[in-house]
Design a protein around this ligand. Structure first.
Ligand SMILES: [Zn+2]
Ligand SMILES: [Zn+2]
Length: 306
C-alpha cells in the first residue's frame, strides 16, 4: 500500500451543525416554522452525536470538528484533535464516548444562551437565516491549518447540516467560500434537515464534488448520515452515492440581495445586478450607454446589421 492509500482512510470531517434557536423553536419571523414536524433539536442532536461516535468507530484516527451555525454567530463546539491531546494527559479512555457528548452539549448550551442574549440586544436581526457564510469560513480556516501542517495530513471534507432557508444577503460570502473550498480540493457535503431545498448548498456540492441530500424522513437521519456521509473520499469512487437531481443556479443580485433568474453582469468584475446600471457599484467600471437594454432587441439589431 503506498503512502497515498494509507492516508485515504483518515478523514478530517468538519460538521456545520444547524443551531439556529429560532428554526428549532419554530419562532422564526415567518408565519410558520421552517422545521420538519415532530423533529426536535434534541432528536437531531441525538442523531448527530451517534454519527460522530460512528465516525470515530470507523477509524480511530478520524478527526472531527463540530461548528455550530446560529442566527447571529458561529462557534467551535468540539475538536477531536484537541480532546485527544488533553485526554492523553489524563488517560481517561473509558469515558471518551461520554465526554464527547458532554463536551458538545455543554458548549452548545453556552452558545445558545449567547445567541439569546444577542437577540435581546439587537431585536431587529432577521433570525430566519443561519450564518452559513460564517461557519463555512471557520471550517475552511481550520482546514487550511491542517493542510499546511505536517504531512501526511487527514483528507478534509465539510458536512453542512442545514435547516434554515438560504440567506440571499450572504450570497457573495457563501460563493467566495465555495470557490475557496474548490481551490483547496475540499468537498462540501450537504444534508438538508429543513423543509426547503438549499440552492447555495446545491451549488456548493456541485462545484466541489460533494454529496447533496435532503432525507425524505428526518426521523431516520442517523441512517442517512452513516450510509451516505460517513464514507471517506477514497471509498466514494466505488459507490453510487446520491447527487442533487437538479441544481438551482440562481444568483442573488449585489444591489438588493434578492434571488433573481435573469440579470445584468458587469463584464469587468462579474458583479450581478437586477437592473441595468450606469456604473458598476463594485468596481466603478462605466458602462457604455445602450439604446436597447433588452438583450433580445439587441440581438435582432445585430442580425439586421450583418
Ligand atoms: Zn438588485
Ligand atoms: Zn464591476
Amino acid at each position: 500500500m503506498d503512502a497515498l492509500n494509507a492516508t485515504d482512510d483518515i478523514s478530517q470531517v468538519v460538521i456545520l451543525l444547524e443551531a439556529n434557536p429560532y428554526f428549532w423553536g419554530g419562532r422564526s419571523n415567518g408565519a410558520h416554522s421552517t422545521g420538519p414536524a415532530n423533529f426536535t433539536f434534541d432528536r437531531f442532536l441525538e442523531h448527530v452525536l451517534l454519527f460522530i461516535n460512528s465516525l470515530h468507530l470507523l477509524n480511530q484516527a478520524n478527526r472531527i470538528v463540530v461548528i455550530a451555525t446560529g442566527a447571529t454567530s458561529c462557534a467551535y463546539l468540539y475538536d477531536s484533535n484537541a480532546a485527544e491531546l488533553s485526554e492523553n494527559a489524563r488517560t481517561a479512555r473509558v469515558s471518551k464516548k461520554l465526554s464527547v457528548v458532554e463536551k458538545i452539549t455543554q458548549k452548545l448550551e453556552d452558545f445558545m444562551s449567547k445567541e439569546a442574549v444577542y437577540d435581546l440586544n439587537q431585536g431587529t436581526e432577521d433570525n430566519r437565516y443561519s450564518l452559513l457564510s460564517g461557519s463555512l469560513s471557520m471550517a475552511l480556516c481550520y482546514i487550511q491549518r491542517i493542510l499546511r501542517g505536517p504531512s501526511p495530513h487527514p483528507l478534509p471534507r465539510i458536512l453542512c447540516l442545514q435547516g434554515t432557508p438560504d440567506a440571499p444577503p450572504q450570497y457573495i460570502a457563501v460563493m467566495n467560500a465555495i470557490f475557496s473550498a474548490q481551490r483547496s480540493l475540499v468537498p462540501i457535503d450537504a444534508c438538508i434537515v429543513g423543509n426547503h431545498h438549499s440552492a447555495f448548498l446545491q451549488q456548493a456540492t456541485h462545484i466541489t464534488g460533494g454529496i447533496y441530500m435532503k432525507p425524505p424522513a428526518p426521523e431516520g437521519l442517523f441512517e442517512y448520515l452513516s450510509m451516505v456521509f460517513a464514507t471517506d473520499l477514497y471509498s466514494r469512487k466505488f459507490l453510487q452515492l446520491p447527487r442533487a437531481s437538479g441544481v438551482d443556479f440562481r444568483a442573488s443580485c449585489f444591489c438588493h440581495k434578492k434571488s433573481i433568474d435573469m440579470g445584468f453582469v458587469c463584464s469587468v468584475c462579474l458583479s450581478i445586478f437586477c437592473k441595468g446600471q450606469r456604473t458598476c457599484t463594485t468596481c466603478n467600471a462605466i458602462f457604455a450607454p445602450s439604446k436597447q437594454p433588452n438583450p433580445a432587441a439587441a440581438a435582432a439589431q445585430k442580425r439586421k446589421v450583418s
